[in-house]
Design a protein around this ligand. Sequence first.
Ligand code: SAH
Length: 280
Amino acid sequence: MTDLPPHDWPELKPGWVWLCGAGPGDPGLLTLHGLNALRQADVIVYDALVGQGILDWAPQARHEYAGKRGGKPSAVQRDISLRLVELARQGKRVLRLKGGDPFVFGRGGEEAQTLVQHGVPIRVVPGITAGIAGLAYAGIPVTHRDVNQSVTFVTGHDATGAAPTALDWEGIAKGSQVIVIYMGMKHIGQIADRLIAAGRSPDEPVAVTTTATLDEQRTIETTLAACAADIAAAALEPPAIICVGRAALLRQALDWRAMEAGALPRDVDPLELRRPAEAG
Ligand code: SAH
């Protein structure tokens, strides 16, 4: 790889599949291992959330759209996995490119299992996940000493598309100061109700960021009680990352993308960041 920094870059060999995260959208958030893979692939099987900008870096490869969106039947997932097996058996250098990180709510583990079961050798290239980078691009640190010593990543719907019933919302509400919700737009009203019923304050800060890290990124600041109505009023569309917790307040100080547009954010008092009870 002449145009990558000197390093012993791995070779994507014929008959292998690399499962690779593309990051949340901004092409600059692809890893160097990801770029190394793009340069070598014969075929790239990619998902809806992978940006065109990244695919343009692999003009030599055939680009195959896997057309998968959350909530589709699992038969589609099975087809994708078997397609990867087929391409590998044809002796192709296969790059399976997924939004964010392949092992974070991305079914990368299922695809990897199918490949291994069929004797296809794999490599996994982690990516930057939307739940961390999306918040960072909104000016929200996913952990911050004045706010949280824990964070929970949850999915807003289960395999059937319903709000996840297997989750212990009460446990999460009590134990996790910051909750980062993927795929949460459809059921956010129900989720907020459950968190409030489990003891979270209706006034707790919530930030919702859509198409994070891209130019179209939009963020609203709201509260648990108001978030469903505010999302609807703002006509926000998925993909969105929803952050529940006082970390969302830090956006008022750290919205660095607004600084690019000339805004000067306000400072946030550390006491504001603690839960009212803790702040005394
Ligand atoms: N593997 C991915 C997540 C796939 S699930 C990752 O690690 O990021 C798809 C969900 O991810 C979306 O519904 C949304 O909740 C979130 N997501 C992915 N890209 C996003 C983006 N650019 N902005 C906001 N949310 C995003």
